[in-house]
Design a protein around this ligand. Structure first.
Ligand SMILES: NCc1[nH]cc(CCC(=O)O)c1CC(=O)O
Length: 309
């Protein structure tokens, strides 16, 4: 709702006469909170019902966390990426202080209990702290914070974007450890919003002033990396793209669930204001091909087998 209200404010600024009504849609991902997303049934658990309403004309615009959108774009719909992008990092929130030292995560305890359901976070935390016990944690941000306070976990992992949007970070400042993107690589699209419409010229025109070409380009490279690996959104695949000094750099990671096997890949392309989205897609594919050459396909197949068991 916070994301949606922010978009409405900006739409009203550009299109003062546009009549806007909010329709709240509870998706499977919102309703089923006792299961890990990986068990609910594939990609799009936060998206399917919303896209149905969009196609049926019950709504005209959907506001998504880009991270939750499957990387294959469905026929007839279009995603416009808006900016600025929120902080892309994951953040560890703990009751007692944790620290990063020499590439290791250290908590107060010998076997800290860390809450997350994300395979991407699980694998990377186990790499940083092999003795950690990973405990499932789901629900919206408020629920997760409450479960931490209740004592079931020593620390939990969240996208800092969610905390920031809820303005929950100031009050928690002393308990936060922001993990640099090189230390815990974020999910493709993390921290960015995707505005989804039916692919109709009138709606493309309305969204044009909200489109951010830089964020669209970097998140496209990240999402293309994941898509070219054939990986759905709930696998231990991570990517982060940066556009600076007239070049786009994309770093990708594919890891085994226990965090022991890791393939890290990186490539860069010259980038100008004239560069097109296709160029960002090429970078994503190029980095994915590097990962596949190093055995990413085998790791992904192993993870998929473990999950089916
Ligand atoms: N899968 C749930 C989800 N989808 C987007 C965000 C955070 C906000 C964002 O990345 O834009 C979250 C929560 C989390 O990962 O902690």
């Amino acid at each position: 709702m916070i994301q949606t209200n922010w978009i409405i404010e900006r739409l009203r600024h550009h299109w003062p006469t546009l009549e806007i009504r909010v329709q709240q849609i509870h998706t499977t991902g919102d309703k089923v909170t006792h299961l890990p997303l990986t068990r609910i049934g594939g990609d799009g658990v936060f998206v399917t019902e919303i896209e149905r309403a969009l196609r049926a004309g019950e709504i005209d615009l959907a506001v998504h966390s880009l991270k939750d959108l499957p990387t294959a774009q469905p026929e007839g719909l279009r995603v416009v990426v808006t900016g600025p992008r929120e902080d892309v990092r994951d953040v560890l929130i703990s009751r007692e202080p944790f620290a990063l030292k020499d590439g290791r995560l250290q908590g107060g305890k010998e076997r800290p209990r860390i809450g997350t359901c994300s395979l991407r976070r699980t694998a990377q935390i186990l790499h940083l702290c092999p003795e950690a016990e990973i405990v499932p944690l789901r629900g919206n941000v408020d629920t997760r914070l409450r479960k931490l306070e209740a004592g079931a976990y020593d620390a939990i992992l969240l996208a800092s974007a969610g905390l920031h949007r809820l303005q929950a970070h100031q009050a928690l400042a002393e308990k936060l450890l922001y993990l640099p993107v090189e230390t815990l690589v974020p999910a493709p699209g993390q921290g960015a919003l995707g505005l989804e419409i039916r692919d109709e010229p009138a709606w493309c025109d309305i969204l044009r002033p909200l489109q951010d070409m830089t964020v669209q380009a970097t998140t496209t490279a990240e999402r293309m990396f994941m898509r070219h690996l054939g990986a759905g959104c709930y696998l231990p695949v991570a990517a982060h793209a940066l556009l600076q000094n007239e070049q786009m750099t994309l770093s990708g990671l594919v890891t085994s669930l226990d965090g022991r096997k890791r393939i890290t890949v990186q490539a860069a392309l010259p980038w100008t204001t004239q560069s097109t989205i296709e160029r960002a897609e090429q970078l994503g594919i190029q980095v994915a091909q590097l990962a596949l050459k190093q055995g990413a396909g085998e790791i992904i197949a192993e993870v998929q087998m473990e999950r089916e068991r």
